[in-house]
Ligand binder design. Structure first.
Ligand code: CO8
Length: 260
């Protein structure tokens, strides 16, 4: 599929999706969301995509939110459909068995902040600004922000961020746990790709299972979550890669992963 609003390329196993509507600060309209969905679907099945990095085109923005012009004429039914589609795509992205990394190169506002939070790891450039400014538009977050932000930064900071609509700079976002690291703008994408490559070089099954245990466990009570971990840990002993990884250590050689 040829894309209009995103760029997508795979380099050494790392898929890089660039939101590419710089004239509107990479705002998300229905087409952009559909194209993100297509890339996520590809990452689900294409074993050549071993990690996914998301970033924004241009100097200013990762994604400055949902496309406000498009939303200004939306009916309730259309808004529901738009929100449902985006929710489903972000949930699918979160469930990918590979690592997903947001390289936040500028404004990550509204839907942009929500896309970043649906990634496993979030790295920010010094220019990044995070915010959920929907209250300024008479709106609330609609792509999962009320829930993902609360889980990332805690209920009180999420309340502050969503109720004030304020923007938080990169060091503040790091302090809150929203961004993991803050990097000079010129180094951000290279760093994100290097992290992606590092994780893609680990046993794919261990990465997938660890991610699932953490993500599914985070929404369960701790007894259920620990049982999920025990089951997943034991199940790995039926995989070739667990056998290979432990044998390779004992035999003092590098492991060779099969992804099985
Ligand atoms: N949608 C559409 N166009 C946008 C958006 C956007 N979110 N953000 C910026 N643009 C456009 C501007 O209109 C402008 O266009 P033009 O050149 O034609 O005037 C161009 O991008 C450049 O923007 P600015 O001139 O405003 O640039 P500044 O550097 O002065 O300001 C800001 C940058 C502060 C980022 C400013 O553009 C801004 O406040 N943007 C809006 C941010 C925002 O409110 N985002 C949240 C949107 S709501 C949302 O995301 C809800 C998600 C869930 C929806 C569920 C739907 C059902």
């Amino acid at each position: 599929m040829a894309y209009e609003n995103v760029l997508f390329e795979v380099e050494y196993g790392v898929g890089v999706l660039t939101f590419n509507r710089p004239k509107v600060l990479n705002a998300l309209d229905a087409k952009t969301i559909a194209e993100l969905g297509d890339v996520v679907a590809r990452a689900e099945t294409d074993r050549g995509v071993k990690a996914l990095v998301l970033t924004g085109a241009g100097e200013k923005a990762f994604v400055a939110g949902a496309d406000i012009a498009a939303m200004s004429t939306m009916s309730t039914v259309e808004a529901r459909r738009f929100a449902e589609t985006a929710h489903a795509i972000l949930a699918r992205m979160e469930a990918l068995p590979i690592v997903t990394i947001a390289a936040v190169n500028g404004f990550a506002l509204g839907g942009g902040c929500e896309v970043a939070m649906a990634c496993d790891l979030v790295y920010a450039s010094e220019k990044a600004r995070f915010g959920q400014p929907e209250v300024n538009l008479g709106l609330i977050p609609g792509f999962g922000g009320t829930q993902r932000l609360t889980r990332r930064v805690g209920i009180t900071r999420a309340l502050e961020m969503i109720l004030t609509g304020d923007m938080y700079d990169a060091p503040r976002a790091k302090e809150m746990g929203l961004a993991l690291e803050v990097l000079p703008a010129a180094e951000l994408l290279g760093f994100a790709k290097a992290q992606a490559k590092k994780i893609a070089a680990k046993a794919p099954i261990a990465v997938a299972v660890a991610k699932r245990a953490i993500r599914e466990g985070a929404d369960a009570d701790v007894r259920t979550a620990n049982e999920l971990e025990r089951q997943a840990f034991a199940a790995l002993f039926g995989s070739e890669d667990t056998r290979e990884g432990t044998k390779a250590f004992v035999e003092k050689r590098a492991a060779s992963w099969k992804g099985a």
